[in-house]
Design a protein around this ligand. Structure first.
Ligand SMILES: Cc1ncc(COP(=O)(O)O)c(C=O)c1O
Length: 439
């Protein structure tokens, strides 16, 4: 496919050349889009940003599922998984799904949203959030982050609400609990809006009042992708606080099958089910989630301690009452130093990831009904997207690893800091994981 210069026909991903995809974008997007990703030194990454973490029990359960032919969504393992989720979150309804996005899709379908409906979403989150709102035919309305926060607060949501608002999606971005979640729940009740908590980055995260996030909304959805604290490789689930949603959700994850009449379908629905092998793999991890999150809290405290000396130049991610972010983020003073610091870390084998590019600026908005969305100005989300990134955060890290990573950071800011030899050799995580799997 050659050049397409008519914006109303523009779908960037069908253009073959990277230059053409970018060339037609508005200046505002071109000027703020992320730089190409840094490359690691000769030997590759010593520290990846995230690492899947699982035990021998997971592997044994998969083996058992295979030996017993319990491999589909209709097998015993997804049912066991449902019990584990319902116990942990103290909810009556949970349905395993094929991904976090599909969980969100069915939750939004269950909200019966239509073409006139608006859904308040954070601008600083993963693209699946806006995509799924669009896929049910509703309109995402992007909300800024509150000052000093990675999440919108009540004020940012109120500012964007209209008579057409029908639902709110709260994301608890990077595993930082939204500070106003209780007030947002109350507002949703008052207005009759659905509240969907997207806990894809916040499984096991606790709000300031000590409650698990995912227990405030009508629905909560999560992802079990391999970079999440517990994982099935890919997968997710949707849970609900009210038993009345069970039958509808069950039908919506499964082609709209009706429990009474096989092959009589009363609505159009996706197949969003999780297979039995994924459920077998993740089942025993659900009960370990509190432990995994406690470790995340320790990793965060090591980072905060080691980075304390460079405050003013580098700010650490928002700290809530229970501080255990899924990923440990930092914010530099400007875009240039963010990119240079990420390059410097990469040279020393440390992988990092930029904060999200805000959804209202995504090139996917550059066609169809969404044209012009990128003219909205959301200064806090836009600044974080330019200056924020996150560091390796996972269950294999020890204090020495964090010390090394933070020394590399300190050396970037102060030329007299000497970087010690790294405490690890390449592929060390694979060695640690094998130890876990051998039991
Ligand atoms: C906030 C948020 N929502 C939805 C998703 C989509 O999850 P999945 O990749 O499992 O579809 C993600 C992915 O990480 C996410 O971060």
């Amino acid at each position: 496919m050659g050049k397409i210069w008519n914006p109303s026909l523009y779908i960037g991903s069908i253009l073959e050349s990277h230059e053409h995809r970018v060339a037609i974008l508005p200046k505002r997007i071109k000027d703020s889009m992320p730089s190409p990703e840094p490359k690691p030194g000769d030997k590759g990454w010593l520290y990846r940003v995230l690492e899947p973490y699982y035990s021998r029990e997971c592997v044994e359960n998969v083996m058992q599922a295979m030996l017993e032919g319990q491999i589909s969504s209709g097998a015993a393992w997804p049912r066991k998984m449902v019990q584990e989720i319902c116990n942990l979150y103290k909810v009556p309804v949970a349905l395993p799904t094929s991904s976090g996005a599909s969980a969100l899709h069915v939750a939004l379908l269950a909200c019966n949203l239509g073409p006139q409906d608006m859904v308040l979403v954070p601008a600083l989150t993963m693209v699946a959030v806006a995509n799924m709102v669009k896929m049910v035919g509703a309109k995402p309305i992007y909300c800024d982050c509150a000052p000093g926060s990675v999440n919108p607060s009540l004020a940012e949501l109120r500012e964007k609400a209209t008579p057409r608002t029908k639902a709110v999606i709260v994301c608890h971005t990077y595993g930082v609990a939204c500070r106003d979640i209780v007030a947002i729940r109350d507002l949703c009740k008052e207005k009759g809006w659905w509240l969907v908590e997207d806990i894809c980055e916040a499984m096991g995260t606790r709000a300031d009042n000590g409650e698990l996030v995912g227990t405030f909304g009508d629905f909560a959805v999560t992802s079990l992708y391999a970079n999440k604290p517990i994982t099935a490789g890919d997968g997710g689930w949707v849970h609900a606080r009210d038993q009345k949603h069970h039958d509808r959700l069950k039908s919506l994850v499964n082609h709209g099958f009706d429990p009474a009449y096989h092959f009589l379908h009363f609505e159009v629905a996706p197949n969003a089910k999780m297979n039995g092998l994924g459920a077998a793999f993740v089942c025993s991890q659900v009960k370990t989630l509190p432990e995994v999150m406690e470790y995340r809290g320790q990793v965060a405290s090591w980072y905060r301690q080691e980075l304390a000396g460079i405050s003013g130049t580098l700010r650490c991610i928002e700290q809530r009452q229970i501080d255990a972010p899924w990923v440990f983020g930092v914010e530099t003073n400007d875009r240039r130093s963010r990119d240079e610091l990420r390059d410097h870390l990469a040279v020393h084998g440390v992988e990092t990831r930029n904060y999200f590019y805000p959804l209202h600026l995504e090139p996917a908005n550059f066609y169809g009904d969404e044209v012009g969305v990128y003219d909205i100005v959301l200064p806090n989300a836009e600044r974080l997207a330019q200056t924020g990134f996150y560091l390796p955060t996972h269950s294999f890290l020890q204090p020495d690893d964090v010390l090394y990573i933070c020394t590399v950071i300190r050396a970037f800011y102060k030329s007299d800091v000497t970087i010690m030899a790294p405490p690890r050799v390449h592929h060390w995580v694979d060695v640690e994981r094998s130890k876990l799997l051998k039991g």
